[in-house]
Every structure is written in structure tokens, then in C-alpha cells.
Design a protein around this ligand. Structure first.
Ligand code: ADP
Ligand code: MG
Length: 314
């Protein structure tokens, strides 16, 4: 079941078109990774979805209901972690959670229980009575995430929650997302770190310049751009006989030697790794073997002709 349906969404800032006829569905139980470089329109899309900014044309349905007519009801069932951390610096961690919980109508024992649960989930139980100003950036982000979770939303939206955060907190956050998802929470996760999307997301949507340019599982996206499988093989005694045998394997398009390494290029889906190893074991003595896998970076590069981000940026 789709819990979000977005069709033909257009959002302009003056003459600049930030969302250019975007279509997007999010299925219940997914971790959808929304990937794109800075300025792609990720935040604008999330804000339109969560009802924080309006839009010029198109349709948004959330939980099967038209978003604009049911905004309050929808907002109660969504958790939003914005790109900028939003916390009260003069309230303790627990008091911040009390505030956000009470906005959603929680009180008494129920509120207290939820606060204890979310503090434990983000690993801040020991620091509940401290002010967030005493926290590291990563701890502040974890508290910020807890604030978006205290009312137990079934749909959590996170906007680049790991930017500029120490690796330990980053891993903790990624684990928290996995845990929530296992418990049934649907997650929309934006980032410009493709490694996070690769390890976390069940489906990937890539945006660039206000457009959705790709949508599918990792495997589907990679298949889309990939026409070949490449195996790199190192053997102790490369011979012409070995090269000939490799060339005769099904689906093999090309076999060549470079220094002491043999490269076997096959059609996509040929699955030649097993057969390559069998042939090479008999004839050459295998020293090493590697099947080179394309990454999301390759997908992005192929679709847009540019790199996802400059190396210097992170
Ligand atoms: N409030 C705003 N006013 C004018 N332009 C904006 C505003 N917010 C975003 N934009 C522009 O819209 C585009 C998309 O921005 P944004 O949604 O923040 O992208 P992302 O989150 O992918 O980095 C950018 O070109 C940005 O400069
Ligand atoms: Mg953004």
C-alpha cells in the first residue's frame, strides 16, 4: 500500500522552479532513500509533503487522504527531522521531549513512558537531565530525532540527519532507523551520501535540478546503467589455453590480459564468476579474484554526466 502519493508536483520560488513535475510514491514499510546533490530540491519536496510550504500545482495524498484538506490529521501521524537541528537550548533533553510530546497531546504516564522509550532508543538515557548546549553535535541530533519520534509516528521523514556528525553518532542514527523500520515505521531519508543510501534504503529515488531522474531498488538502478559484468582474475600461470577457455564461456564478450591480470567482460546477468573460477582453478592457480560492482555514484554519473558531489565537500 502506498502511504504517500505525489503526482505532477510543481513548486516555484519566483522564476526558479524547485520542483519540476515530481512524481513519487512511498510504500508502507519502505526505507526510501532520496538522494541528490545540494540544490536538487530534496528539502523543498519534504517540506511540501509535510505541509510546511505550499505548492503551485500537482497532488499530494498521504495515508490515502488529500493532504491539503487533512493537514492537521496528517501532521499528527508524521515525524519530521528537519535539516537544521531545532531544540530549546534552555530546556533539558527530557524537557525538550516533554514539550514536543505535549504538542501532540501526550500527557501524564503515557508521555513519561514515551520519553523514556525514545531516550533509550537514541541512547541518551544517561543524559536526560542535561541541557543540549552541553551535548556534542551528534548527541544534539539524536535528541532532535527523539523529539520527532516521541508521538510514535508511523511515517518518519529525515532531512540529511547525519551531515557533519561524528562517526559514532552517525552509526547510532543509522541503526536507530533500521530498528524503527523493523518495528513498522515507514521512512523517507534524504542525503547526499550515497554510501548511506546503499546500506540503508530499500528503494532509491535520485533527484537533480527539481526532477526525479531515477527510481528503483539499488539493483534496478544499477542494471539500468550497466550492460556488462567485469571480473578481474589474477593467476599464477596465465596461459593462452586459459584465455581461450574463458573466451568460450557463455555470455563472455571479451577477455584480455593487462600485466598479470585477466579481465573477463560478460553480458549483464551472465553470472560467470563460478564458471570462471572453475576454469581458472584447473589451468592457472588463482591468486585473487574480484567482481567489480557499480555504485550509485556510477548511476548518477551515467544519468547526469556529473559527479554526485565534489570530493572536497565532505
Ligand atoms: N525559500 C527559498 N527561496 C528561494 N529559493 C529557494 C528557497 N528554498 C530553496 N530554494 C531553491 O530551490 C532549490 C532547491 O533547494 P532545496 O530544496 O533546499 O534543495 P536540497 O535540499 O536538495 O539541497 C535550490 O536552487 C534553492 O536555492
Ligand atoms: Mg536540503
Amino acid at each position: 500500500m502506498a502511504i504517500v502519493h505525489i503526482e505532477n508536483l510543481v513548486k516555484r520560488y519566483g522564476s526558479h522552479i524547485a520542483l519540476d513535475h515530481v512524481d513519487l510514491d512511498i510504500g508502507e514499510g519502505e526505507i526510501l532513500g532520496l538522494l541528490g546533490p545540494n540544490g536538487a530540491g530534496k528539502t523543498t519536496l519534504i517540506h511540501a509533503l509535510a505541509g510546511i510550504v505550499g505548492f503551485d500545482s500537482g497532488e499530494i495524498t498521504v495515508f490515502g487522504k488529500e493532504q491539503q484538506k487533512n493537514l492537521m490529521d496528517i501532521k499528527r501521524q508524521i515525524g519530521l527531522v528537519t535539516q537544521e537541528i531545532t531544540l530549546f537550548t534552555d530546556l533539558s533533553a527530557r524537557e525538550n521531549l516533554e514539550f514536543f510530546g505535549s504538542i501532540y497531546g501526550l500527557k501524564g504516564e503515557k508521555l513519561k513512558d514515551r520519553i523514556d522509550e525514545t531516550l533509550a532508543l537514541v541512547g541518551l538515557t544517561e543524559n536526560a537531565n542535561k541541557l543540549p548546549t552541553k551535548f556534542s553535535g551528534g548527541m544534539q541530533r539524536r535528541l532532535n530525532i527523539a523529539c520527532a519520534l516521541v508521538h510514535q509516528p508511523k511515517f518518519l521523514i529525515m532531512d540529511e540527519p547525519t551531515v557533519g556528525i561524528d562517526p559514532q553518532s552517525r552509526n547510532h542514527i543509522l541503526e536507530t532507523i533500521r530498528k524503527l523500520n523493523e518495528q513498522g515505521t515507514t521512512i523517507l531519508y534524504t542525503t547526499h551520501y550515497m554510501e548511506e543510501v546503499q546500506s540503508l534504503a530499500t528503494r532509491v529515488v535520485i533527484m537533480d535540478q527539481g526532477h526525479v531522474i531515477a527510481d528503483g531498488t539499488m539493483q534496478e538502478l544499477v542494471n539500468k546503467i550497466q550492460h556488462e559484468e567485469k571480473i578481474k582474475l589474477e593467476v599464477s600461470e596465465p596461459s593462452d589455453e586459459l584465455l581461450e577457455k574463458l573466451r568460450k564461456l557463455e555470455g563472455v564478450k571479451q577477455v584480455f590480459m593487462h600485466r598479470k591480470e585477466i579481465y573477463i567482460i560478460s553480458q549483464v546477468g551472465a553470472g560467470n564468476l563460478d564458471r570462471t573460477l572453475t576454469v581458472a582453478k584447473d589451468l592457472g592457480g588463482i591468486l585473487s579474484v574480484a567482481a567489480e560492482k557499480p555504485t550509485l555514484e556510477d548511476v548518477f554519473l551515467t544519468l547526469t554526466g556529473k559527479r554526485l558531489r565534489d570530493r572536497e565537500e565532505d
